[in-house]
Every structure is written in structure tokens, then in C-alpha cells.
Design a protein around this ligand. Sequence first.
Ligand code: ADP
Length: 485
Amino acid sequence: MCTTRSIFAIVGGAAALACACAASGWCVNRLALPDDSWRWPAVAASHLVPIAGAFAVFVGMRRRTIQRMTAALSVDGPPSLDVASAPVLLAPLARVISERLNAATQKQDQLSVRLREAEIRLSIAEAERRHGEAILHSLRDAVLVTDQFNELTLANASAARLLGFDPGDAAHKPIDHIVKDEGLSRLIKEVRQSGMVSKQRHVEHAMPPASSTTPASFDVTIACLPGAGAQPKDVGGVVTILRDITREKEISQMKSDFVSQASHELRTPIASINAYVEMLLDAEAQDEATRQEFYGIIKSEAERLSRMIDNMLNISRIEAGIISVEAVEVDFAKVIREVIETMQPQAKEKKIMLLEKIGPLIYTAQADRDMMHQVILNLVSNGIKYTPENGRVTVSVENDDASRSILVAVQDTGFGIPPEALDKVFGKFFRIESYKRMAKGTGLGLNLVKHIIETVHRGQVGVSSQVGMGSRFWFTVPFEFQSGG
Ligand code: ADP
């Protein structure tokens, strides 16, 4: 199309030039010249004028076209050339330039799409990296990653806290500089050397955390990361995860101690019941009075067994955090009076005076009423059990405005507690040896008191005592209930 137009333009232009020349020649012939010697110069001059005109038009058009092409190529955005409107002689050049431009524009479009994709992928990868880092830093377990030169490449906040290093300053430092515990850094290096890619190693390791001097127990998981090489044994680095299992170990130790103590304690009343039942079966109790005595012993041992089981269940429920608490506004004066009334027959039997010391104020706090009844009952019952005849047990209550708590105390004039036993009386199954004959007990009553007050109600318990003078057991309960266990 462009070539046809070019041919027409060239032929048209040449024809126009020829016509112009012929016309100017015809005009010269008509001129009245002085003689013939003027004719040829006049003809030549008349031909020069259209040729020069045509040349000027050509040069002008060429300049305008180049200006147009330059302008078209210098605009912002994708450059384009209008080949159809290019002058005849420049049309092939314009076509080639236009084709090149189109190809370059297409390439640029493709590259722009790829660049956009790469930018999106990069921002996704960046978001994923930040997400991964946030997860890593929120882990309670300490995580350390080392490279093939045993230098630290990554560590979370827990690792920095546990091992006492500055995370901003630790990158690319040798692991021995970061981990002061020789055993652990040796372990990490050994695992890397072993080259067991895709295998994990679990070890239990004891070491003191940076913040303390007491050794803690850690479950250490170490795994090799594959390296960049093709070899399966090519180890890139090592991931080390340290989980603090100190509390878990303590709990499992406590549990096994509790089970062995509990089974030991349960055996005593069972053995006693067995023995008396056998005596009855063997007709060793020949008169009714002896039989009644044996029945009484069996009953009291069975009751002790049942109390022990109840206490053990309550304690383990509180320890497991599954006890249900019904916090209400408890009137402590009322609970104390109820307990005194319940315990009065036992006190009378031993001629013990059971007194209350309650002021004129209101003594209330948010607490589980039944649990408070149980606590005061346990303390008053102990007061009566471990006080000789004609003694006195006094229960008092006051508001401790400073600590915003109720303070209840049970004071007796009993045997007292030796100083070395004072911090043991709240432990499980602890009973003062020499008092065992004075009263039957489970060794769990005070432990339950401690759990109810401290774990469930966030209060405090304590005791002060002097041997031969008596004991004062006290506890506090905050006015407002704060959920504990
Ligand atoms: P128990 O069922 O044996 O009374 P507790 O846990 O209530 O168990 O008490 C643990 C031990 O603390 C008791 O066996 C006793 O030796 C001692 N104890 C408790 N209360 C008193 C007290 N008021 N005076 C002297 N000793 C006490």
C-alpha cells in the first residue's frame, strides 16, 4: 500500500516537474528575445526554477518528516511511528524503525509483566518471612539456627533470654561465643559433624539459664539442615530447640511421691480394718462390749479412709485446676459460728473452751462458702485435737484494710509445734511423730487448707507456735475474689 503510494508520488512528482519544465520552455519560446543567442540560457534558466522549487519542496518535506518522527519517538509512553503518513523516500526506513519499535514495545510489556510478578512474589516472600519470624519470636521454646561454620544465623527472643545474649549483636558469631554452656555447644557441633540430615536427636540436658544459677532441665531437639550441595550427607546447618521441662519433671516427681505416700498412708487404715474384721471372724471378741469396741474402731478407720480419699481428691482437683469455685459474698462471722456449733460436742468431750472473738463490724469477702467452712473446720478441729483437756481454742476474724483482706485466726493453748516442723505442717502427709498417738489424722488437712486459700483464693496461710504454749494458725482472703485455680 505504502509502496504503491510511493510510486504514484514519484511518478506524479516527476510528471509535475516535467510539465513545469515544458510550460516554462513554452513560455520562453513565446518571449521576444533580442537574438537567438539568448534562447538557450533563457530555456536553461526557465528549467532551473521548477527543479530548484521541487528540490526545496523535497528538502522541506524531509525536514518536516524527520521532525515528526523525532517528535513521535520522543513522546512519553510507548513510542510509535505512523508509517502510512511517512514521505515516500523515508517510508522503508520508517517501516523498519516502526517494526523494531513494536518488537521493543512488546518485549518491554512482557518484561513489565514479569517485573510486576517478581515484585508480587518478593512482597509475598517478605510477608511470609516476617510471619515466620513473628511465629519464631512468639515461641516459648528457645530456637537457635547455626550454619556450616557453626556460626549463629537465627535465634528467637526466648533463646536470647535463656542464653543471655543480645540478638542484635549475635548474628554470625561462633556458637561457642553465644552458648556459654560447653556441653550444649559441643552437642550442636557434634550433630553437625555427624551429618545426619533429616534425623532428629533428642537429649535431656541440664544447665542454668542466664538469669539464674540453679540448673534447669531442658529437652533439647537438634536437627541438621540440608546444605546447598547435591550430596545427601551435605549438612548446611543445625536447628536447636530447647524446651524447659524443669516444672514438668518436678510435677512428675511430685506425682510419683504423692502416689507412693498415698498408697502407704491408705494401707494403714485398711490394715487396721482387716485386722479387726479377721478378729471378729475368728470370734476373738467373745463378749458384746469387745465386739462393739471392734466395730467402733472399724467405723472410725473407715471414716479416716474416706476423709483421706476426699482430701486427696480435693487436693488433686485443685492442683489440676479443675475444682469448681462458687464465689459469693461470704459472711465470715456466720461461718465461724456455724463451725463452733458443729465442733462444740468434740470440744466438750475434752472440756475445751471453744470461743469466738468477733468485733462489731461486717466481715465479708468474695469466696467459696463451702471451702471457707472446710478451712475453718479443719483448723478448729486440729486445735481441739492437739490441745490437752481443759484448754482453750479461740477463733477470731478482722478486716485487714491495708491488704484489703479478711484475716481469720485460730489460736489454741495446745502442745504447740516444734520450730523444725513449722514449715512442714502444710506439706502432704506430714504428721508430727509424737502427736500421732494423741489423735487420728490424715496428714492432708492443712495441705488442703493451703491449697484452698493460696491456689484457689489467692490468699495467704501461716502459723506461729511455741511448744507447750499453743499455736496460732491464720489465713487471709482478699475482699474481691481473684480466680486462682
Ligand atoms: P492431721 O489429719 O494429721 O491433723 P493436718 O494436715 O491437719 O493432718 O496436720 C498436719 C500435722 O500438723 C498434724 O498431724 C499435727 O502433727 C500438726 N498440727 C496441726 N495442727 C496443729 C495444732 N493446732 N497444734 C499442734 N500440731 C498441729
